[in-house]
Design a protein around this ligand. Structure first.
Ligand SMILES: *Cc1c(COP(=O)(O)O)cnc(C)c1O
Length: 380
């Protein structure tokens, strides 16, 4: 991990620089700090990297692709999309979505950007539920889409109900609704009746429902995936990523499943050859070794449950989590706790409502270091 070097150029006279468009001028880029710390628990990565053997296998497949890098990659990434569909069938018990129902891009961030390009735009509204993932308003800004929010339910559950979601849709008349399950930063998973009610409410206005399941693989037993609703709701898109449970954040691979007509619409706005031959082959090799890469998910889930219980026992308010992080309310000022943790080599994220911090689940060692540091910086 490296931080962005600060520019060393002497400051330019701003009056000679071109003026960026509205919304971009003065805006800051996405900025979760990338610091050299012993315990990076701030961006919900899987702390377990590939084994040396798997790293070798990934390297070999990249080398094979390298021999053909004079040619453009498969623009449609057909083999990868079919294999992603097969993985989802194994993961969620749905019949394997065929390649035309699956779409892949450079992270689910790019997937979401493409969806907003295709279904948002001037005069259109996208609706989300706060607290939400920090990037959603930025996809909207980039695509000239109006971003509006309704509030999730009260802490510590931050629940959404079918009634509250349907009411917000009736009020805002959005072209796009984004539901996140499990939600970032709260960890809350959605009941399928909420997803189904949203899809039904949007049908009359022919709006799109996106369910962002970036953390889907971490959900607790018995919590269903919105993938199981795809058959009944042609306006539903479910997005996933290989960045979290799949331990492949560095490769940049996100994907969606939807009606093939939605995939075809997204194909109109994607940039040509957006998914490099190296990315495609690395993702396919990772999928072929999914037992290893996903092998630590069970451990991460039990560490999550243990940490949530520990925080609750200390007296913190804790949001029940189906993801690989826990959001909790600090006793002292959250920024002071954040800094105190950082001084002890533990980097967490100050997101969510005022007074709350989010900590990603790391290795057992990371999690112990976090507990010890919290004991010192945020005493009961
Ligand atoms: C991490 C995250 C993503 C995934 O981003 P990638 O671009 O796939 O790395 C998507 N949605 C949410 C809510 C996230 O927290």
């Amino acid at each position: 991990m490296v931080s962005m070097p600060e520019s060393s150029a002497p400051p330019l006279d701003a009056s000679v620089l071109p003026i960026p468009r509205d919304g971009i001028a003065g805006a800051a880029p996405y900025g979760a700090p990338q610091l050299e710390v012993e315990h990076a628990l701030n961006v919900n990565e899987n702390p377990f990297g590939p084994s040396p053997e798997l790293a070798e296998a990934i390297g070999r497949s990249a080398a094979e692709a390298a021999a053909g890098l004079n040619r453009y990659p498969d623009r449609e990434a057909i083999a990868l999309r079919a294999e992603l569909g097969e993985y989802l069938a194994a993961e969620s018990g749905i019949p394997a979505p065929p390649a035309p129902s699956v779409w892949a891009a450079n992270g689910s961030n790019e997937i979401m950007h493409q969806l907003l390009l295709a279904y948002g735009g001037p005069g259109r509204t996208a609706l989300g539920f706060a607290p939400h993932y920090s990037m959603y308003p930025e996809y909207a800004r980039d695509t000239y889409t109006r971003w509006v929010t309704a509030e999730r339910g009260p802490a510590p559950d931050f629940a959404l109900t079918a009634q509250s979601v349907v009411a917000a849709i009736a009020e805002q008349r959005p072209s796009i609704v984004v539901l996140t399950s499990p939600n970032n930063p709260t960890g809350t998973a959605l009941d399928l009746d909420v997803v189904a009610a949203a899809a039904t409410a949007l049908r009359g206005s022919r709006g799109l429902l996106i369910v962002d399941e970036a953390y889907g693989e971490f959900r607790r037993d018995g919590v269903p995936s919105a993938l199981t609703l795809l058959d009944e709701h042609p306006n539903l898109v479910v997005t996933r990523t290989m960045s979290k449970a799949f331990a492949l954040a560095g490769a940049r691979l996100g994907y969606l499943v939807a009606d093939p007509a939605i995939v075809d619409t997204v194909r109109v706005v994607r940039l040509p050859y957006h998914l490099s031959a190296v990315t495609q082959v690395v993702a396919r090799t990772a999928l072929a070794h999914r037992e290893e890469l996903l092998g630590k998910v069970a451990l991460l889930r039990s560490e999550r449950d243990a940490l949530a219980e520990h925080l609750g026992a200390r007296g913190h308010d804790v949001a029940p989590s189906d993801a690989n992080f826990v959001l909790f309310r600090t006793f002292a000022d959250r920024d002071a706790v954040f800094e105190g943790l950082l001084e002890r080599g533990v980097l967490v994220r100050a997101v969510g409502p005022a007074g709350w911090l989010r900590v990603s689940i790391g290795t057992t060692e990371d999690n112990s270091a976090f507990r010890a540091a919290l004991e010192e910086t945020d005493p009961r």
